[in-house]
Design a protein around this ligand. Structure first.
Ligand code: FAD
Length: 448
């Protein structure tokens, strides 16, 4: 069976590998010159670092299993240290053991250090006041505010949700960001007990891992496998259309250079491109309102300052809304978090990665001031800097993306057409890899 995979991000690469392993004749078409999508690398201070994804969630074991199959098991590494949160008047470690920043034990010392006694006592009321109506809260912000109070929302949940997912807790649906939370609340009778239940179900150890040399090695290893399995990887090839044959099975895949006839297609392009490509195969989906793209900028600075050797902010800092005067939403202390990066640089040299919302340039003085404020040190002029702008054309948590996803689930797609990628299966490599494997599996009954 001939299969064309559209898009060479991790979703497309994983689907192509799985299908080739099962004997399909696979062609992968990637718009850019380099596959990998939002898993990419760049150079700063003479060192190669991840500029997109830098870790993966260990839940489910899917990514770890893939990396093991690809021969990278010996290079899997745990991050060092944990994150801090910058509040209006102080910067403190984020409590351990929560879900989306929601604490399981509101009176614990590490929670009190962030929300103080009044905030902790207010949060503890969650244990005392019964949950009145099942499914009462559909947005995360009102749920947390109602059960645990404003301080927990502002100082713990907002920093995590805004920096990790780029969304406002007041706007995001509980079922979208934490699909098991509502059921756990109903089962346990409170929000904190629900968090405890979800945490107990999670495996012990680090929630995320990285790869020595960078997560971008996943892309190299996938490409090596694709070459070994005879997959034709064509870069610089933008797919313009995917047209199901009007009579009988098969598709025509249109590129600027040629039209490809194929038996099956996996659309693994990111959101907006996928919606365009589904115009023929799923017209109702393609016509739905588009989500607003989420644009972000990451800035990696190289700084020579031995005071950073002590990792004064652990693996990095998330900014609470009350920490004003700084535009960056988070700072990762790359050389502290990933020992392999630290080992590549001379003593006293550090890499700090700052995250910004929107594509706007950030002038050097402002970035340095943000890094200083978030680390609590008056940092010297950086010796190098690397900027990357990222566009997520269909943020998975946006209501419009969710509506398109639901319509796609309900649509009768032509047989032998699979659609995958983070907009469909959820942000993050754990969801993307599992979703791509499932998409390939869905085509497998047709394989020889
Ligand atoms: C700054 C940043 C940090 C992140 N950090 C993490 C992290 O630490 N851990 C984690 O798990 N996740 C992280 N993520 C998320 C993770 O990177 C993504 O969820 C994942 O890489 C998405 O993979 P994908 O294949 O679905 O999409 P993409 O990587 O976007 O790939 C889609 C591909 O399709 C191609 N394409 C689009 N249209 C066409 C067309 N018409 N024809 C041909 N090709 C086309 C694109 O060029 C692209 O290569 C991060 C993302 C960013 C931006």
């Amino acid at each position: 069976m001939r299969v064309v995979v559209v898009g060479g991000g991790v979703a497309g690469l994983v689907a192509a590998r799985r299908l080739a392993l099962r004997g399909a004749a696979v062609t992968l078409l990637e718009r850019r010159e380099r596959p990998g999508g939002r898993v990419a690398r760049g150079q700063v201070a003479g060192t190669v670092v991840d500029t997109g994804a830098e870790s993966f969630a260990v839940r489910g074991g899917t990514v770890r299993g893939l990396l093991t199959d690809l021969g990278l098991e010996a290079d899997l590494v745990d991050p060092a240290g944990s994150a801090w949160v910058a509040l209006g008047n102080r910067t403190v470690p984020l409590p351990a053991g929560g879900v989306l920043g929601i604490p399981a034990s509101p009176l614990a010392d590490d929670v009190r250090r962030v929300v103080d006694w009044p905030g902790a006592l207010r949060a503890y009321a969650d244990r005392l006041v019964p949950v009145l109506r099942v499914g009462r809260y559909d947005r995360l912000g009102p749920l947390v505010r109602g059960r645990m109070g404003q301080r927990v929302l502002e100082r713990l949940v907002a920093p995590v949700v805004e920096s990790v997912y780029g969304v406002d807790p007041d706007e995001v649906e509980v079922d979208a960001i934490a699909p098991q939370l509502n059921a756990a609340i109903t089962a346990t009778g409170s929000l904190s007990a629900a968090v405890l239940r979800l945490r107990s179900a999670a495996p012990a150890g680090s929630a995320v891992q990285g790869v020595r040399g960078g997560v971008a090695r996943l892309v190299d290893a996938l490409l090596d496998d694709l070459e070994r399995f005879g997959v034709a990887v064509r870069t610089g090839q933008e797919v313009l259309g995917v047209h199901p044959e009007p009579h009988g099975p098969g598709f025509t895949v249109v590129t600027p250079g040629e039209d490809l006839e194929t038996d099956a297609v996996v659309v693994a392009a990111d959101g907006a491109a996928a919606f365009d490509l589904l115009r023929d195969a799923a017209p109702t989906v393609a016509e739905l309102p588009r989500p607003r793209p989420a644009v972000s900028r990451s800035v990696v600075l190289a700084v020579d300052d031995a005071r950073l050797d002590a990792a004064p902010r652990g693996s990095g800092v998330l900014r609470a809304p009350s920490f004003t005067g700084v535009r960056a939403t988070a700072l990762t202390h790359v050389t502290a978090k990933w020992a392999w990066v630290g080992a590549e640089l001379p003593a006293g040299r550090h890499l700090l990665r700052l995250a910004y919302r929107g594509p706007d340039e950030v002038d050097p003085a402002a970035v340095r001031a943000d890094a200083s404020a978030l680390t609590g040190l008056d940092l010297p002029e950086p010796t190098d800097r690397l900027d990357t702008v990222w566009v997520d054309s269909a943020p998975p948590l946006a209501p419009e993306t969710r509506a398109i996803r639901a319509a796609l689930d309900a649509a009768a797609l032509p047989p032998r057409l699979a659609v995958t990628g983070s907009w469909r299966t959820g942000t993050g490599l754990a969801s993307v890899v599992a979703g791509a494997e499932a998409a390939a599996l869905a085509l497998e009954p047709d394989l020889p």
